[in-house]
Design a protein around this ligand. Structure first.
Ligand code: GSH
Length: 219
């Protein structure tokens, strides 16, 4: 059965959906991103998402991507989608451990991504010139926590997991704010590591890496 993913692919006025990117990367890691397994439907936010009667509002009343349709089952919120797919697809347990404590740690970082990292990224992204310095300072806080977490290990929880997929897809977007990450060496090394994985060869992530390189980072 082909999984449908409503995605916002990069366009001239939008870098693309970093939250839908999480789903694509997971499916690539599971070997389920081929044409017979996955249908990506590129959405036009102005037509499909923003109007109250936009065609995707019945699927997600928030008017946001990603949305998946799996044999008639509709699901939105990237974190829920990642957990659902990793729980229902072969190989998912390697990225979403079944041990309750290991699983809870993945859930901890997925929740933190949405509640803290993404929230502060959004504030910085939409800040005006007067708000930007404070917003960037606030964004430094979660990135420092992530930097500490990555000290001495290759991935967020040691082994590569959904936590890396979710946090990597948001952390790469922070370069668009112009934040200075030179001191977050572990974060930079980790992004570099992700960038070498086949599943991360995606225009959204690679555009962010190109932005970072244009700012002088050796990524
Ligand atoms: N908490 C949601 C956030 C989803 C979200 O913000 N999606 C953005 C793209 S990353 C979107 O669809 N924006 C529509 C727009 O740009 O108009 C999730 O994790 O799925």
């Amino acid at each position: 059965m082909t999984l449908k993913l409503y995605h916002l692919l990069p366009r001239h006025d939008n870098p693309g959906s970093h939250n839908a990117l999480k789903v694509v990367i997971l499916l690539r890691e599971l070997g389920l991103a081929g044409d017979t397994d996955l249908q990506i439907i590129d959405v036009d936010p102005a037509v499909d998402l923003h109007p109250a009667d936009g065609r995707l509002r019945p699927l997600n009343p928030n008017g946001l991507t990603p949305i998946i349709e799996d044999g008639g089952f509709i699901l939105w919120e990237s974190s829920a989608v990642l957990q659902y797919l990793a729980s229902t697809r072969a190989g998912g347990e390697a990225l979403y451990p079944t041990d309750p404590r290991q699983r809870a740690l993945v859930q901890q970082w997925l929740g933190w991504d949405a509640s803290t990292l993404t929230a502060k990224l959004m504030n910085a992204f939409f800040a005006d010139d007067t708000q930007r310095p404070d917003a960037l300072l606030a964004l430094h806080q979660p990135l420092s926590i992530l930097n500490q977490q990555l000290a001495g290990q290759e991935y967020v929880l040691g082994d590569y997991s959904l936590a890396d997929i979710a946090l990597g897809c948001i952390t790469c977007a922070t370069f668009m704010t112009g934040i200075d990450l030179t001191e977050q060496v572990n974060v930079l090394d980790w992004l570099s590591r992700l960038s070498k994985r086949d599943a991360w060869q995606d225009p959204i992530f690679q555009n962010d890496m190109a932005t970072a390189r244009s700012q002088g980072y050796a990524l």
